[in-house]
Design a protein. Structure first.
Ligand code: ATP
Length: 206
């Protein structure tokens, strides 16, 4: 039996906080594989705000290069319509019926988890693995984990938070501020090369 984790998100763009979450969970939970799965683009999002799906996918592939256990999946990007996490987990369960599934979440997502579509089924299909983003008190996270515990397995892992977000990075790029310390080098180069997020081509930004 393998231990397989799903790590979904908009990854717009993928950044060091995402990789910190992935690495922490991988190291502390003895996972065999992790699927990095960018979500589809909501139709109402503007292109300046939302990089095209092929670019978000390409940046995920670049970021995953150093990690042999991290696989990038285009499953949700290729699926028509909105993808719900529960549907993706049902699909993974049908592909890997003998394996244990886990779902990675940052702490912001843990706090709103019980408003997700079919959250109780998500907890039947997978264990939740959460790492703090440093934005909520540990006690609040522990309390939430305890509330969810009757429905499934919820683990809050301990690691120094790396407080960075994609929106923060997009904002910096828009304002031509330095942003390279928040992302892997090859992702920075990709953003510059493709002029994503309204990036001016000036090297002073990196
Ligand atoms: P945005 O700022 O655009 O909302 P984001 O930085 O929150 O984006 P997402 O792609 O929405 O990134 O996040 C995917 C998953 O990664 C979520 O579960 C989120 O909580 C988690 N995550 C994002 N940043 C961090 C971080 N710095 N530390 C731990 N988890 C994180």
């Amino acid at each position: 039996m393998s231990r397989i984790a799903l790590f979904g998100g908009s990854f717009n763009p993928i950044h060091n906080g995402h990789l910190h979450l992935a690495q922490t969970v991988h190291d502390q939970c003895g996972l065999d594989r992790m699927l990095l799965m960018p979500s589809g683009t909501a139709p109402h999002k503007s292109s300046a705000e939302y990089a095209p799906a092929p670019d978000r996918l390409a940046m995920c592939r670049l970021a995953a290069e150093p990690y042999p256990w991290l696989e990038v999946s285009d499953y949700e990007l290729n699926k028509p319509g909105k993808s719900y996490t529960v549907e993706t987990l049902r699909f993974l369960h049908s592909c890997y019926p003998e394996d244990a599934l886990f779902l990675l979440l940052g702490s912001d997502m843990l706090l709103s988890f019980d408003s997700w579509y079919c959250w109780q089924e998500i907890l039947q299909l997978s264990g939740l693995l959460c790492v703090s983003r440093g934005t909520e008190p540990e006690e609040t996270l522990r309390q939430k984990a305890a509330e969810l515990a009757p429905y499934g397995q919820v683990t809050v892992l301990h690691a120094d938070p790396l407080p960075v977000s994609s929106s923060q990075i997009r904002h910096k790029i828009e304002l031509c501020r330095k942003f390279s310390c928040y992302l892997p080098e090859n992702v920075v180069q990709y953003i510059m090369l493709h002029g994503l997020y309204g990036s001016c081509s000036s090297q002073s930004m990196v």
